[in-house]
Design a protein around this ligand. Structure first.
Ligand SMILES: [Zn+2]
Length: 237
């Protein structure tokens, strides 16, 4: 893949800025109780929020907020744009951003007692994601960025993935060979379901000497494309 265009580095910084602010707060669903009124005159103004907790977090909602193109300037080429989104999505998922225990409920004072103003990602999780995005922003090529993503997810990079040239393309689903059949059969069906309608590359594959591809990363995402003739993948060769 090509060198990372300068504009895209700015786009990663935009993601960091949005994360640093509270722009992801509507991605969380939450539950809470309000204390009963202790004797206000007209409207109740004394209610306190108690037992507040985040119950679920929508990765796709957070992803949409962070990758909103408005205000980012001229869009890069289609594949560069796609890869930028891919980097953000993989980073959010590698950090398991959907786990409600890493989110807090924001509470503020209002004229009618305390009110809830959204879900807030805990500082340590936010910092970890920002650190990952900053690494991507300074990577020189998109191939380097892909290796950073794989290292985040698996802790190391398979030696054979280094020194490859990477492209994004549609390939016949049948041409992708799944080397770990046992793993493929035991995939978490909930995770697979979450990838239904996924519009970003569904797998990282290596081109074989014939017209087939070996699946490296993306077992769940590939499983979610069952029934499709073609799938979008990142191909290394
Ligand atoms: Zn009251």
């Amino acid at each position: 893949m090509a060198k990372q265009p300068v504009s895209q580095i700015g786009w990663f910084h935009a993601v960091v800025n949005r994360l640093s602010g509270d722009s992801g707060r509507y991605a969380a669903e939450y539950d809470y109780d309000t204390t009963p009124c202790i004797g206000c005159d007209d409207y109740c103004r004394c209610g306190k929020i108690v037992n507040a907790k985040v119950t679920s977090v929508s990765v796709s909602s957070l992803f949409s907020t962070l990758t909103d193109q408005r205000g980012l300037g001229k869009s890069p080429s289609k594949n560069v744009l796609l890869f930028w989104k891919y980097c953000v999505d993989r980073t959010l998922r590698a950090h398991k951003v959907w786990q409600p225990e890493h989110w807090d409920v924001g509470i503020s004072d209002g004229y009618y007692g305390e009110e809830v103003n959204g879900g807030y990602m805990e500082r340590h999780l936010k910092d970890a994601i920002i650190c990952s995005i900053n690494k991507l922003a300074v990577a020189k090529t998109m191939g380097d960025m892909l290796l950073i993503l794989l290292k985040e997810e698996y802790g190391h990079v398979l030696p054979e993935l280094k020194e490859k040239k990477w492209t994004i393309k549609m390939v016949d689903r049948d041409s992708i060979i799944v080397p770990q059949q046992d793993h493929y059969r035991r995939l978490d069906s909930e995770v697979v379901k979450n990838y239904t309608g996924y519009e970003l590359p569904s797998a990282v594959v290596l081109k074989n000497d014939d017209e087939t591809f070996r699946l490296i990363d993306g077992y769940h995402r590939l499983a979610a494309t069952e029934g499709k003739d073609e799938v979008l993948v990142l191909v290394g060769k």
